[in-house]
Design a protein around this ligand. Sequence first.
Ligand code: TYD
Length: 140
Amino acid sequence: MMKNSLPGNCCMLTLPKIADSRGDLTFIEGGKHISFEVKRVYYLYNMPENTERGGHAHRALKQLVIAMSGSFDVVLRDGVHSSTVTLNRPDVGLVIDNLVWRELKNFSSNATCVVLASDYYNESDYFRDYGDFLKEVNNR
Ligand code: TYD
């Protein structure tokens, strides 16, 4: 996993790619290419123009976000630093750690966003209010 200067412990992750004359194949093994076991996969698609998604952080959940097709931007905030990452390749993902606020925007018309998550859906794991999120990270 490549370390960089993204907020929180977020990082870009280059995934394996097997390329031959038939096309490309990428795979992801939980606990190996990513630090967590995958308990859930979900995807965002059919986004109307100018859609913004996300707008929340998680107490414990870790995620790997991939632009399986098209492109979009992810704004990351850890309460001190913010950074915008453009995802536009199926073989490069963004690991979003817990306690990082994210906003997804600028989806291209054909964008599909696939997310691998460390746990099942649990609404009580969300911070949906930015003020509540800031209070939590500032108290740590
Ligand atoms: P939300 O997390 O707000 O979407 P995003 O962050 O992509 O904008 O989720 C939208 C709705 O879908 C919300 O009612 C919760 C529900 N949901 C599930 O039921 N299961 C899931 O795995 C996810 C991610 C969301």
